[in-house]
Write a protein that binds this ligand. Structure first.
Ligand code: 5GP
Length: 184
């Protein structure tokens, strides 16, 4: 299988350049998987992927974990088709699994202002799980204004719009195998 690996991408008229390579992502995801294996040894966590953006990260992360685990998904929308957050979280799909007494690992593609993650953590706690942990592939630390718990981070990144590896711009670009940054 060949992956889509251009150096630059034109998405909706904006130019993006490669920022985190496929190799760098693979190495980091493998390390995160090892950490989860150690931290959740003897437990059977349930990964909750936040759709749509986290689906590729979650798929790779789960395949780097060897402890028994389960998966479910929740769908939120805060960006719409824009490059800046709308400041509102809308829940588009609820969890199907029963989370009471479970070790929940929330899996997000990116934490920006922290609004979505704060909403998710509060939402999870309402199900009375045994624990709630948070893992995000990317964190725009300087942009985070909400008081959020983040237990595992793939990469700290600057406050710029990124694309690829599950992250979209108006629904395009999710199939890029690397992470690209807006070239201004
Ligand atoms: P927050 O609620 O932390 O402000 O935003 C989180 C959500 O906004 C992420 O799940 C993601 O959908 C979207 N988001 C934030 N920054 C970016 C970005 O740089 N690129 C893309 N494609 N989505 C982003």
């Amino acid at each position: 299988m060949s992956f889509y690996l251009p150096d630059t991408v034109n998405c909706k008229g904006d130019i993006f350049k490669v920022f985190i390579t496929k190799e760098e992502i693979e190495a980091r995801v493998s390390l995160l998987g090892e950490k989860l294996d150690k931290d959740f040894d003897g437990k059977k966590p349930i990964f909750i992927g936040i759709l749509n953006g986290a689906f590729i990260f979650l798929a790779d992360l789960m395949r780097n974990v060897s402890i028994p685990c389960e998966v479910d998904f929740m769908k939120l929308s805060s960006y719409g088709d824009e490059k800046v957050s709308s400041g509102q979280v809308t829940e588009l799909k609820e969890i199907d699994a029963k989370l009471k007494g479970r070790h929940v690992i929330l899996v997000e593609d990116i934490v920006d202002t922290g609004l979505s993650m704060k909403y998710m953590v509060d939402r999870m706690k309402s199900y009375e799980p045994a624990s709630v942990s948070v893992i995000t592939l990317l964190h725009k630390k300087d942009a985070t204004v909400h008081d959020v718990q983040i237990d595992y981070v793939g990469f700290e990144i600057p406050t710029k719009f990124v694309l690829g590896y599950g992250l979209d711009y108006a629904q395009e670009g999710r199939n890029l195998a690397q992470i690209y940054i807006l070239d201004d």
